[in-house]
Design a protein around this ligand. Structure first.
Ligand SMILES: Nc1ncnc2c1ncn2[C@@H]1O[C@H](COP(=O)(O)OP(=O)(O)OP(=O)(O)O)[C@@H](O)[C@H]1O
Ligand SMILES: [Mg+2]
Length: 220
């Protein structure tokens, strides 16, 4: 079942065409990698997919409905890990993970449960009550992942989710994202990391603003 569809997305900024007709589809249970060199438009594409930035042309459909029509409900359906994390430094890890679920109006106990599960899944349960400002870069990145996966959203969008991690944590994060896909989410991940792309079901490489499909086994 198609969960996420990007149709002919064009994005222009600063007099440049950054995305020039990108198309992609991610089905339930699948993980897609978006690769390409620095500046090729990976973050721009994921921000558009997550409904955080509007495209100049084209559309993104979530469960067949354009994201433009979802309004604020889209935030309950898409979990996002931003490249810059976007965590609140003076809230604890647990409070950060809970934020989007509070917006979804889940009950307090269910939120606490889901936050603890997600923090456990990223190996940070014992850090739940630490302020984010007191965490290392890789720990912050894993809190951002916990926030994105908590409550199993339909779509998980992850921008360079392993950039700050050691090999062991990187492999754990890759396994976790694959398991979230297999459990029913559609996952889109931007990454330079060949370990990440190797774990994906499909890969597109951004070249001159276009998404070029490449075989999962080939070099990224
Ligand atoms: N709001 C903006 N205004 C002007 N230029 C922008 C804007 N957003 C992105 N760009 C430009 O678009 C291009 C693509 O940026 P983007 O962040 O999407 O690349 P990326 O593939 O994620 O790079 P990286 O691998 O370094 O994270 C860059 O040249 C960037 O300078
Ligand atoms: Mg980027």
């Amino acid at each position: 079942m198609k969960v996420l569809e990007v149709r002919n997305v064009v994005y222009r900024r600063g007099g440049r065409t950054i995305l020039d007709g990108v198309e992609l589809t991610v089905c339930q249970g699948q993980m897609l990698a978006v690769s390409g060199p620095s500046g090729s438009g990976k973050t721009s594409l994921l921000l558009i997919v997550a409904g955080l930035v509007p495209a100049d042309q084209g559309e993104v459909l979530l469960d067949g409905v354009p994201t433009a029509e979802w309004g604020s409900k889209i935030r309950s359906s898409i979990g996002v890990i931003l490249q810059t994390y976007g965590l609140m430094p003076f809230l604890t890890a647990e409070e950060n993970v809970a934020l989007p679920m509070q917006a979804r109006q889940m009950g307090r106990a269910a939120i606490q449960d889901a936050a603890a599960t997600a923090l456990d899944e990223v190996g940070l349960l014992e850090m739940s009550h630490r302020l984010v400002s007191e965490l290392s870069g890789g720990q912050k990145q894993r809190v951002a992942l916990a926030r994105a996966i908590a409550g199993q959203p339909d779509v998980i969008v992850a921008d360079e989710p392993t950039s700050e991690l050691d090999p062991e944590n990187r492999d754990q994060v890759i396994r976790l994202l694959v398991s979230k896909a297999r459990a029913g989410s559609a996952v889109a991940v931007a990454s330079h990391d060949a370990h990440v792309t190797a774990a994906c079901d499909q890969i597109i490489r951004l070249v001159h603003g276009r998404g070029v499909p490449i075989a999962p086994s080939s070099d990224t």
